[in-house]
Ligand binder design. Sequence first.
Ligand SMILES: C[S@@+](CC[C@H](N)C(=O)[O-])C[C@H]1O[C@@H](n2cnc3c(N)ncnc32)[C@H](O)[C@@H]1O
Length: 242
Amino acid sequence: MWRILVIQALTRIPAWMVLGALGNPYAIGLSGGIQWILLLIYWWLRRPLLPRTWLILHFVIGFLCSIALLYTIPSGLYALFALGVYLIQGRTDRDRVPLYFSSQDVMSTLSALLAEERGVFFDLGCGDGRILSYLSRRHPHWVFKGYELALLPWLMACWRCRNCANVQILRSNFWSAPMDEADVSYCFLSPEPMRLIGEQFRSSAKKGCLLVSNSFEIMDMKPVQVIPVKGLLQHDLYVYTC
Ligand SMILES: C[S@@+](CC[C@H](N)C(=O)[O-])C[C@H]1O[C@@H](n2cnc3c(N)ncnc32)[C@H](O)[C@@H]1O
């Protein structure tokens, strides 16, 4: 997060200088253009390390800053926005895992993976609990545990699963989840935590159990199965075992 702010601030300084010198509404557009050129140069110089999404993200933030300059926006609105982001996304600045949801196809594929009569299933970062609610109805003898830190998704998961006797929703960090209790652990996170998730799985999971990762591979582990799935921002389920 702080890196985004530093880059935005540094590329804004020359843009602000132009704005200060000209001081008319057209200068806002011009200053935005200058910032975009600086961002483009920085991205070009560091290209192998910075994905194209980095550039798009900074362009969008830069554009929103220019729009904000055009209007007198009460400062309280910024604070409200930050609070909203925190309630929905939790500490995404630290964990690098935003909120998005598994598709229906993923849920039915997961259901097919629960072949045993009974077992324990963990959803590491369970969002609004849709997976747990779906699976718990189809596998009444399994125990389902969801770990979620962000307040609003956690509340939604509790509400969604309120009548599911075999589901427990914990407002807890998945890094402290007792992986040795699970027969199947599922996650849909981001590239960032995958190496550590792999380490946690290898060091604490019991023999023969599964870790299913939606769309994000663990680079230093070989999946025993890769199952193509359909859905927004998702393509494959990587199944690991130990
Ligand atoms: C991409 S969403 C996936 C939601 C759900 N599992 C699904 O597939 O529909 C990832 C979730 O993980 C949560 N999360 C991120 N880091 C976490 C952590 N350290 N402990 C618990 N939850 C976390 C986020 O708040 C977010 O709701």
